[in-house]
Design a protein around this ligand. Sequence first.
Ligand code: BG6
Length: 470
Amino acid sequence: MDKQTGRGAPSDALVLFGATGDLAYKKIFPALYAMAKRGVLTVPLIGVASSAWGLTQLRKRVTDSIKREGGIDNHRAFDHLLSLLRYVQGDYNDRATFMTIKQALGRARRPAHYLAIPPSLFPTVIEGLDASGLADHARVIVEKPFGRDLASARTLNRIAQSVFPEDSIFRIDHYLGKEAIMNILYFRFANSFLEPIWNRTCVASVQVTLCEEFGVNGRGAFYESAGCLRDVIQNHLFQIVALLAMEPPAYQGYGAVHSEKAKVFQAMRPLRPEDLVRGQYAGYRKEPGVAKDSDVETFCALRLFIDSWRWEGVPWYLRSGKCLAATAAEVLMELKPPPQQLFDDSRPVAGRANYVRFRLSPSSAVAFAARVKRAGKEFIGDQRELYLLEEQAGEEAPYERLLGDAMAGNGALFTREDAVEAAWAVVDPVLKTHHKVRPYQRGSWGPKEADALIRADGGWHNPMPETRRA
Ligand code: BG6
């Protein structure tokens, strides 16, 4: 910590812009409650929004949110959380709002400002913080998607960096706070046996699927401005790819991990329209907030290449969608078959002989698939998985972890400016230039064109719902 500026010291208040919104309700209040239960929440919490609310309404909203998320099981922590709350009503365009926040901060000098607001309001709020002196020694926490495309991400980065140093900007991608995803980094670099096979010599293809059985769940208006590619692929799925594809970090600090991840995005070939299949589930256009003729994709499958020494020629297939057949997230890294077929069944016609599978959600596991001889005279075998199941008891929820880290000034699980921009550069060419959405039935695996995209590489691996074994 810098003694003069206090830089590096924990934040001494949390200012939550958008306190009456959906994100605060669904994610941030439960995370704050979890922190209160662990005894690590001691700073004032200042909710800011334009609604003409008072502290009573904010407390009620927090109470409802916690009840919805699992209930109040620790009254002391709950009362403590309520006692930390303040509420400031105001227009973000009005300097007086920021002066009121300043008063509400009292003696706090190093606040963390959480922008749980639409990205279009980021510049206004960041400029307001700067003009009122509220940015001094402060941190800013922003939600994904960071920008809508490469140009807007660059503009946002410029605005944020004109006021905050990069190490005080915390761009949240909650996937980085998930245990199973943190384990990809650990598993790859805490073991030595993977490295010899983790490359284009042994890997035939990689696929990452994030599928959800539910639809847009009342978020139609938001979704219309995003679509699947912006909502989860450019961020959540790309982050998973970066962890799988990156080179070993050069040193132990998280800056080294950030640098290697940024290089993966920089090496990704920009997408072309033919690399992409966009789908839309039947009935999406009837969702509240959705245009009757909407062309927004609720499903997206794509093929990408990473033009690096390690991954040259290996196709990476990414797929995500709403109203699909299961809710799960998985990675399947398929290994090349043995060079010679010495047994009749060692290259199974259906299915894959050798692969590494990361189950990321809902359970967390790593599995290695291999063929094992069946008892008897014949040299024929069965497909088996060596299965390492992660114990998830006591796991911090991603928002709890990330909020605590941001307030402590630990940027390990956040995204860096160069990585965000490089990721946008990959998807930028297809944000506007693409085919019209292909319809698909709810409960299916998306439009059939998505199957054609991956046919040459053995087809999609569909994660099984709510099961722990393949
Ligand atoms: C969010 C997206 O970022 O991630 C949602 O906006 C998506 O559309 C969600 O459902 C998936 O996150 P999780 O943690 O539920 O897998």
